[in-house]
Design a protein around this ligand. Structure first.
Ligand code: ADP
Ligand code: ASP
Ligand code: MG
Length: 413
C-alpha cells in the first residue's frame, strides 16, 4: 500500500464528464489499496473569468478580495469531485485550504505555502476516506484567503504530498508527460521518461508551464517524486506511464541539451542615456525589488563616451506598466529615455550536460542566425542559455533549435 496525492488540472476537470472520468481513476487507485488524497484546479477558463470580473470593476483592486474571488473556482471542483467519488461507493470529502489548514504568506496573489498541518486530514485518510483538496489556496495569519499564483495547484499538490509524507505525487494534465519542448508547438517533441529536479526547475522557470516552478522547487527540497501523466489516457499513475521527476543520481542517460522552453510572458525595458556612474544599477533595481517586481535578464552596454550608457532588462508582462511608472520616479534617471517592448519572447535551451560540454551556445547562435532571427538579449547559467527574440519567430526558433540539438523524435508524434 502506498500513499499517493493525485492532482487534476483545469482541462482534466473541465466538465462533469471529465470529473467523473477522474473519479474513476481515483477509484482504481483506491481499489489497489492505496491511501489517496486529491488536489483539484478550477475548471479550465474559470480562473481567467473570475480575474476578468475583478478587472472589469477596477484594474487596481484589493488583492485580498481578488484572492477571495479567484479561489472560488477550486471550491466548486473540490465539492463536485467529492460527489463523483461518493457516487462510486467510496467515502470522500472536500477540503478548502483553511480547513486543513494550509498556512500561507501575506503576499496576496502569489503567496507561498509556509506550513501545512496535516493531522486532521491524516485522521480522515486513515478511515479510508479520500480527501479532495481545493488547490491554489491557503489562509494567512491574518485569517484571509490567499492564492498561490497562476498554476499554483501543482504547488498545493506537492506541498500536500510532502506534508502527508506521500510516496508519490501524480500530476494529471492534458499531455502525457514532460516533453523535450511544448508538444503543442513541436510535433516531433519527445517524451522524457525521467528528468532531474534541477532540469525540470529550469524548464519550468523558463516557461514550460506543465509544472509551476514552485512545485518543482518544493519537490526538490522535500524529495517528493512527481509523475506527470495524462488524464485522457486509460492508464493510471500506478502504471508509471508518465514522466518521473526525480533526483539526478536516479537518471542513467544524460543529454547535453534536454529541452527547449519558451516564455511569452516577459516584456523588455530599455533605458537609454543612463548616467554611467557607480550606483546606477542599484538606483534602478532597488525600487523595482521594493515594488515586488521580478527582474529577469539584465544587460548593460559599455559606454561609448564614458558619460552615458544603456540598460536593458526584462520583467513579467503583467508588471510592465508598474515597472515603467516606478522608473519614471527615480531622480537619477530623469534624463533617460524609457522604452518598452511587449512583442518579445524568451527562448531557452536547458541541459545538465552543458556543464561539461563546450559549443552549446555556438549551436544556438548559429541556428538562429541561419533562420535570420536577431538575438536581442542573451543570458547564460551552468545549465541553460536564454535569448530574447521577436515574438513573431517563436515557433520557427523553437522548432529549429529542437532539431539542431538532435531532440526530434524519429517520427512525428
Ligand atoms: P493543467 O491545467 O493541467 O495544470 P497546464 O496548461 O498548466 O495544465 O500545463 C500543461 C501544458 O503545458 C500542456 O498543454 C503543454 O502545452 C504545456 N507545456 C509547455 N512546455 C511543455 C513541455 N516541455 N512538456 C509538456 N508540456 C508542456
Ligand atoms: N486555477 C488556477 C489557475 O488557473 C490554479 C491552477 O490551475 O493551478 O492558475
Ligand atoms: Mg497548470
Amino acid at each position: 500500500m502506498a500513499r499517493i496525492v493525485l492532482k487534476f488540472g483545469g482541462t482534466s476537470v473541465a466538465d462533469m464528464g471529465r470529473i467523473e472520468r477522474a473519479a474513476g481513476k481515483i477509484a482504481r487507485e483506491v481499489a489497489l489499496g492505496h491511501e489517496v488524497a486529491v488536489v483539484v484546479s478550477a475548471m479550465s477558463g474559470v480562473t481567467n473569468q473570475l480575474a476578468d470580473h475583478c478587472n472589469a470593476i477596477t484594474p487596481i483592486y484589493d488583492a485580498r478580495e481578488y484572492d477571495t474571488v479567484v479561489s472560488s473556482g477550486e471550491q466548486v471542483t473540490a465539492g463536485l469531485m467529492a460527489i463523483a467519488i461518493q457516487k462510486l461507493g467510496i467515502e470522500a470529502r472536500s477540503w478548502l485550504g483553511w480547513q486543513v489548514p494550509i498556512l500561507c504568506s501575506e503576499v496576496h496573489g502569489k503567496a507561498r505555502i509556509e506550513d501545512i498541518d496535516s493531522s486532521k486530514m491524516l485522521r480522515h485518510l486513515g478511515r479510508d476516506q479520500v480527501a479532495v483538496l481545493a488547490g491554489f489556496q491557503g489562509i494567512t495569519e491574518r485569517n484571509r484567503i490567499a492564492t498561490l499564483g497562476r498554476g499554483g495547484s501543482d504547488t498545493t499538490a506537492v506541498a500536500l504530498a510532502a506534508a502527508l509524507e506521500a510516496d508519490r505525487c501524480d500530476i494529471y494534465t492534458d499531455v502525457d508527460g514532460v516533453y523535450t519542448t511544448d508538444p503543442r508547438i513541436v510535433k516531433r517533441a519527445k517524451k522524457i521518461k525521467k528528468i532531474s529536479y534541477e532540469e525540470m526547475l529550469e524548464l519550468a522557470s523558463l516557461g514550460a508551464k506543465v509544472l509551476q516552478t514552485r512545485s518543482v522547487e518544493m519537490a526538490y527540497k522535500r524529495d517528493v517524486p512527481i509523475q506527470v501523466l495524462s488524464s485522457f489516457d486509460d492508464a493510471i499513475g500506478s502504471d508509471l506511464v508518465g514522466t518521473l521527476v526525480t533526483r539526478e543520481e536516479d537518471i542513467m542517460e544524460k543529454q547535453v541539451v534536454n529541452g527547449v522552453a519558451y516564455d511569452k510572458n516577459e516584456a523588455k525595458i530599455t533605458l537609454i542615456n543612463v548616467p554611467d556612474i557607480p550606483g546606477v544599477a542599484a538606483e534602478v533595481f532597488g525600487p523595482l525589488t521594493d515594488c515586488d517586481i521580478n527582474v529577469d535578464m539584465i544587460v548593460q552596454n559599455v559606454s561609448s563616451d564614458g558619460k552615458v550608457t544603456n540598460i536593458t532588462f526584462t520583467v513579467p508582462k503583467e508588471d510592465l506598466d508598474r515597472a515603467t511608472e516606478c522608473i519614471k520616479n527615480i531622480d537619477k534617471l530623469k534624463g533617460a529615455d524609457v522604452r518598452s517592448d511587449k512583442d518579445i519572447v524568451k527562448i531557452s535551451v536547458v541541459g545538465i550536460g552543458m556543464i561539461s560540454h563546450a559549443g552549446v551556445a555556438k549551436v544556438m547562435f548559429q541556428t538562429l542566425a541561419d533562420k535570420g532571427i536577431n538575438i536581442q538579449v542573451i543570458a547564460t547559467s551552468e545549465i541553460k542559455i536564454s535569448v530574447i527574440i521577436d515574438k513573431e519567430y517563436l515557433e520557427l526558433a523553437v522548432r529549429a533549435l529542437h532539431t539542431a540539438y538532435g531532440l526530434d523524435a524519429e517520427s512525428a508524434a
